[in-house]
Design a protein around this ligand. Structure first.
Ligand SMILES: [Zn+2]
Length: 226
């Protein structure tokens, strides 16, 4: 799959940062592989074993041993027309460095099998062993993503802000825009002012009258001013 939308939300943000950094540094990249299903992983595993070609992975689909199956990894390719994996000029090292600056773990730093086009979130180690211990299967991990979007601190800040907005909304004075929504105590006065052309509203179809302004108008009306 090449879709970024299936990946961990934090990874999606970091991909956007990496792409931006690459643009700024004149490096054209594309996203080659993102989330990989069990069947897709099994097909890769078969290469060089039961299928022709050379071995490309040691991770079986059913063992969930690829970070790609957990939605926290992606691969890039070179998109400047010089060959998708051409690295004579150290292209992937440059992208790798920008990836690390974006908060990603880069496969080019691995000691055993270097994986130059590969990036992943750094929070769960190099391999999925920790994820497997915590969640058993990817589906259980995916379910936690929404909640993980906010850190505990951000959640507290968000709740405080929400409370403040609710308070301000409650305190905010109501503004009336249409004659049919006016309260009974204000309607005769406002209608009189409109009929006499003494008040025209903010626009032809918008009274834009606050409750406190209407109170003053009604007092004046009772005093016989209009
Ligand atoms: Zn990869």
């Amino acid at each position: 799959m090449r879709k970024v939308s299936g990946l961990h939300p934090v990874l999606q943000d970091k991909i956007a940062v990496l792409i931006q950094k690459c643009i700024e540094n004149g490096l054209k990249i594309g996203i080659a592989e993102t989330l990989r299903t069990e069947a897709e992983q099994d097909a890769l595993y078969a290469k060089g074993r039961t299928e022709p070609g050379r071995i490309v992975t040691n991770a079986k689909g059913s063992s969930y041993s690829s970070m790609h199956q957990w939605g926290i990894a992606f691969d890039v390719y070179r998109a400047d027309g010089k060959g998708a994996y051409e690295n004579g000029d150290g292209f992937f090292e440059k992208v790798g460095k920008l990836g690390e600056e974006s908060g990603l773990l880069w496969g080019g730093n691995w000691r055993s099998i270097k994986d130059l086009p590969h990036f992943q979130l750094p929070d769960w180690g190099d391999t999925p062993s920790k994820l497997k211990r915590l969640y058993k299967v990817p589906a259980n991990f995916f379910e936690t993503w929404e909640a993980d979007k906010m850190t505990a601190g951000e959640k507290r800040e968000f709740d405080a802000l929400k409370g403040r907005v609710e308070y301000l909304e409650k305190r905010a004075e109501r503004v009336y825009h249409y004659t049919n929504e006016l309260p009974d105590w204000a309607r005769p006065t406002v209608q009189k002012l409109l009929d006499r052309g003494m008040y025209a509203g903010a626009a032809a179809d918008d009274l834009n009258l606050s409750e406190s302004v209407m109170r003053v108008l009604v007092i004046n009306d009772r005093a016989g001013i209009y």
